[in-house]
Design a binder for this molecule. Sequence first.
Ligand code: HEC
Length: 192
Amino acid sequence: MRHSKRANIMACIGLLTGALALTSCSGPGGKPAEEAAPAAMSEEQRVERGRYLVLVMGCGDCHTPGTFAGAPDRSRWLAGSEYGWQGPWGTSYASNLTPDSTGLPGWTEEDFVRVLKSGTRKDGTKVLPPMPWPWFSNLTDEDAGAIGAYLTTLAPVPHVVPKRTAPGQKAPGAVIVFPPPQPWDMPAQQAQ
Ligand code: HEC
């Protein structure tokens, strides 16, 4: 149990390094080619595709309580977390993604697509690390839309996530603090 908790946190630190260093991320070969448009899917198939993508892209790691203790709570699926992630950006908390009034009420498929592809919220502010949107910006429009379609179908779960705080401000709750990077982990000056 202890080991798997640490392994999960380390996986997120890996994501964070990418999110901090780059405004968008792609693999060694550059951006993946857009796939040829698949045959039109029914709304039900799109939602199912979105559910599949949310599972394999690990959204539940940060957004579902219990995950870092090795047991994601399915009854509070994607209802946000009270772990604070602290670094040069201040402290951020993974949002409650459900349509409850304490989460993201009234968010449309397009609102989710905008965050995933550009890291820009509905109110125009940028999404902070460790949300790995720079990697998610590589999603095809079809897949980003499918994720958005699925997220609008989530069961509402009441949960107020702590508000993010600016650098140097006191942050509530349990906070994961990122130490300054080792030389190896410093961002390279190269553009990708
Ligand atoms: C490594 C942890 C992590 C992972 C993995 C992750 N997120 Fe996030 N996400 C966050 C954090 C932290 C925030 C809040 C950032 C902030 O305060 O600006 C966030 C914010 C968001 C927001 C913005 C909501 C708002 O409050 O405006 C959306 C939407 C979102 N995430 C969706 C997703 C989806 C969908 C996935 C999977 C495809 C995902 N996230 C994976 C950590 C994560």
